[in-house]
Design a protein around this ligand. Structure first.
Ligand code: ATP
Length: 424
């Protein structure tokens, strides 16, 4: 049995060549057969045997099975990557009658499920979260080339997120529940997928939360910019070529797709439709084995197509909002490494009264290395914000009063007009 591994530019398959050995039973011929005939039959067996022993069977483990990824290929690639060297020569292929599937044994009786488990533990041990983006050229190439990745080094975790502790707990429990219910999804015939809609003003931590989720689950992120795509089939290719245990992120969904227009138009440059996206999520992903999470983000929830907000579509809607006093404490602890400061009370009081994003606070906290300087500058910044807010309120009130005055004047003049008419 011979094994070799061939690499091509786009993809490679692992070829396992198996030499089939066949022994010829010498004493199969019944008594009573003439010695001449016995000799002839034995000669035939010997001839056939010599043919068979030189026959090679090539077993190909393709990279994809039709349109979906072949798990055995991936597992074998990972596992054998560390095992196969020029001295590796033997694999054994067998399928006992009682078994449904055939088994591949390494020389020391290691079989496919073992390879898959081993591959998973090798991957887990060396896993670094990766960030994938669409490779424009790869869209028209093979499935393995659609995404291109870099190491994802975002430091955000649930500890560093300026979010209410209760909300963090809810999100983490939800993620755990999703991961632990693999069998439930299988038994109920549902796609093992989960959806989140994150909404809130810019700088409130939507991307940071996605990074925290990826780091928490050790899932890769697939960042999809829908404006890159022109046709629904591209979207299908993209979604099919994602790996299991991953997060698909579509940011600013209200800007990247013509959500109201669900039918592609021949005149439009971008013809990716929301209905196609939703169908692919429900359809294609139900044929995939692994846990898939999809996250949509928007700064304007009210602009989102109701189809996306329908119950059962996105499992959780999470509102990321302005900084709170407890959020500030987390940021101060992360950036300044301090829990207390004489100015913290004033800062927290102001934070409760003005709209300031965690991004703005974080930016102020990283401006200087000296805690006192940073804290004073933040306080100053918040006081200015409060003054601006009060001024804006006053202007609004005046505008409201003016409108009210104008209305009253108009009503008065209308009344006078009608009185005059009556007099006439
Ligand atoms: N809730 C938060 N907790 C911790 N850091 C935050 C939070 N929100 C914002 N930040 C800080 O502000 C930066 C920008 O925030 P982020 O990109 O997560 O906001 P966003 O809501 O995704 O913004 P946009 O809508 O503009 O994409 C982050 O890198 C982080 O440093």
């Amino acid at each position: 049995m011979l094994m070799s591994k061939y690499t091509t530019t786009a993809a490679y398959s692992i070829f396992v060549s198996v030499m089939l050995y066949q022994s010829v039973a010498k004493e199969l011929l019944p008594d009573g057969v003439s010695d001449g005939l016995k000799r002839y039959v034995r000669r035939c067996f010997c001839y056939l045997s010599s043919l068979v022993t030189t026959t090679k069977l090539t077993m190909i483990i393709p990279e994809t099975d039709g349109l979906v990824k072949n798990e055995i290929y991936e597992a074998a690639d990972i596992y054998l990557g560390g095992k196969i060297n020029p001295t590796t020569r033997r694999l054994r292929l067998s399928k006992p009658k009682t078994e449904k599937n055939c088994k591949i044994f390494m020389e020391n009786n290691e079989e496919v499920p073992y390879i898959q488990e081993k591959a998973k533990s090798i991957l887990d041990a060396r896993k670094t979260v990766k960030l994938f983006t669409v490779n424009d050229d790869g869209l028209y190439d093979s499935y393995s080339n659609v995404w291109t990745s870099v190491k994802f080094d975002h430091p955000s975790t649930f500890n560093t997120l300026a979010l209410h502790p209760e909300l963090k707990k809810v999100i983490m429990n939800d993620l755990d529940g999703f991961i632990n219910r693999k069998n439930f999804y299988k038994e109920t015939g549902r796609a093992w997928k989960h959806g989140y809609l994150l909404y809130g003003p810019p700088g409130t931590g939507k991307s940071s939360l996605i990074a925290a989720m990826a780091n928490y689950l050790n899932f890769d992120i697939y960042d999809l910019d829908l404006t890159q795509l022109t046709r629904n089939p591209e979207l299908r290719t993209i979604m099919m070529s994602m790996a299991d245990n991953s997060i698909l992120v579509v940011e600013d969904i209200d800007c990247s797709i013509d959500l109201a227009d669900r039918t592609p138009s021949a005149y439009k440059k971008h013809q990716v439709t929301l209905s196609a996206m939703l169908n692919f999520i429900d359809g294609i992903w139900s044929t995939c084995g692994g846990g898939r999470i999809i996250i949509f983000t928007t700064n304007h929830k009210h602009k989102i197509d109701p189809a996306l907000l329908r119950p059962g579509r996105m499992d959780m809607h999470l509102n990321l909002s302005y900084c709170t006093p407890s959020g500030f404490k987390i940021l101060a602890s992360n950036y300044l490494k301090v829990e207390h400061h004489p100015l913290f009370d004033s800062i927290e009081n102001l934070i409760s009264n003005v709209e300031v994003t965690p991004a703005e606070v974080a930016e102020k906290l990283t401006k200087n290395d000296t805690t006192d300087v940073v804290v004073e500058e933040l306080l100053d910044f918040l006081e200015k914000k409060k003054i601006q807010r009060d001024e804006a309120k006053a202007v609004k009130k005046n505008e409201g009063n003016e409108t009210k005055d104008d209305k009253e004047k108009e009503e008065k003049s209308n009344k006078e007009d009608s009185n005059n008419k009556d007099d006439e």
